[in-house]
Design a protein around this ligand. Sequence first.
Ligand SMILES: *[C@@H]1O[C@H](CO)[C@@H](O)[C@H](O)[C@H]1NC(C)=O
Ligand SMILES: *[C@@H]1O[C@H](CO)[C@@H](O)[C@H](O)[C@H]1NC(C)=O
Length: 549
Amino acid sequence: MKMICLPIFLFFFPKVLVITQRADCRVPKQDESNCDLTNHHPASCSRHRSLVSYLRVHPRATSVSAVGYVMPPAERPAVAVEVVSRALVQASDPPRGIPAVLPVSNLDLILGSFHVFFIAVYPPPAAGFPAVAAAARAALPAFLSRFYPFAGRVVTNASTGVPEVVCGNAGAELVVARAGAELADVDFADADASLGRIQVPFERGLALSLQLVRFACGGFSLTWGTDHLLVDGHGLTTLPNAWAEMLVGGGLSWEPHHDRASLFRPRSPPRYSPSLDAEFVRYDPANLPNALLAAALVRRNYVVDAADVDRLRAAASGPERRATRLEALSAHVWKLLAAAVGGSDTRCRMAWLVDGRRRLDPAKYNKTHVNNYLGNVVTYASREAAVHTVRTAPLADVATMAAAAIAEVFRQERYEELVDWMEARKGVFAEGGKWTEAVGLGTGSPALVVSAFVPFRVEGDFGFGRPRLVMPWVRPGRLGSAAMTVIRSPAGDGSWLVTARMWPRLADAVDADPDAVFKPATAERLGFAAPRCCELGATGTAQHAVSRM
Ligand SMILES: *[C@@H]1O[C@H](CO)[C@@H](O)[C@H](O)[C@H]1NC(C)=O
Ligand SMILES: *[C@@H]1O[C@H](CO)[C@@H](O)[C@H](O)[C@H]1NC(C)=O
């Protein structure tokens, strides 16, 4: 099978470089079934490859190239994703006993309603993409019967303004889309240009949008789009794990616990520390960073090798205390943050999202229900410190500060206080308002929020092999804090994957880190470099052209 790649033109400002390229795209036989995609986007195929070649020659060229030319954002090799179909899929066997309207818990309301995604990216499956899509279509109705609220709708209660879940089997969405690029050509290190495109926005109110994106020449992603009202990190990773169990094993060995509000009932009278009020603010667009300021934050994906985590852990541990891996990485990140802040502020903050499941007393909270519960059992821990202290203290001391901040919220009483606090502050919903954590806003001293998914394992094999990349994804809207999400690599080699949202100065500090802990998650590093279906004879030409600049 032969096809002609169209000439492509690249413009670099202020000097204009034009690369004209005409090449045969040779398609190896084994990939022919998947290569119809490149017929739709012959130009994008070669364009991506040229840009990738350019970036390989100038690895730091994402915004400003090594030779000083500014690469306009429009020329970045972002993946173009085109939706092929969207279908509503209902539960085949709705369970009995689930109320028509499922109230959410006060802990769900703390985090609130917004879309979250869990993205898994797979190398080409031997069975081909049509088999993957057919398996997903066939399995979804039974899956929804077990996870019935995800076939429902998130709606706002007209009298209270509080979001709730209508369990009427309106159906979850199954999206099939195609990407106009090969996995090998996706710039995964640029999170907006890769994951930001792979996840497909979906309609508000849908409780689940299951999304399959087929890449040119094989490879696909499976994305779980849902609402944070329904899941925290534990819940978001439980979905793909249950999916894998059902598709591979033919059933589910446990029963999800859907009854949300009764698990976390407010106490009477409510009891909480008055200091909780200072942790939250009304989510009010008038008091948020403006949209363009928020858009100045860059998003990058990194790989952290197991050896680097272990090295940090050794450095962060003292004779009396062994730091956890997460504390060690957090301490290192805190130091990078302090370095980025430099003299621009005297203080900076770190915050952590902490899962409280393990802290709930089984005598009060049924352990089976808590473990099989997908809803929110998370809270923020945060700590402000002097920039000077963070910069000069030994890594072990900074790790101890991180551990102390996390320990402060890692107790049952904290979650009970939050439930009571929300009960007393629910009135804002009736006014169309909601609450948000002050530390996430982007006001005050610079703050970086860490979401650690490392306690949760996602193998991701639902019959078509293991993914090479798994990552939660949220659109931060107008929040102006920095954030890092850390998850185990599905490679299972102890390495971690990180997606980071950062001010450019923090990104510079991370990239300039002499320890090089955060390595750009290139397609090659993730293991997506092969196979090629569209071998461009002119790749060498493109490299030659840019290297003459
Ligand atoms: C709205 O909330 C009120 C108070 O919690 C509840 O009684 C009512 O059933 C809810 N309405 C709907 C349509 O869910
Ligand atoms: C917890 O819930 C499970 C399932 O509903 C039930 O079988 C078990 O007896 C409960 N355990 C306790 C300690 O109440």
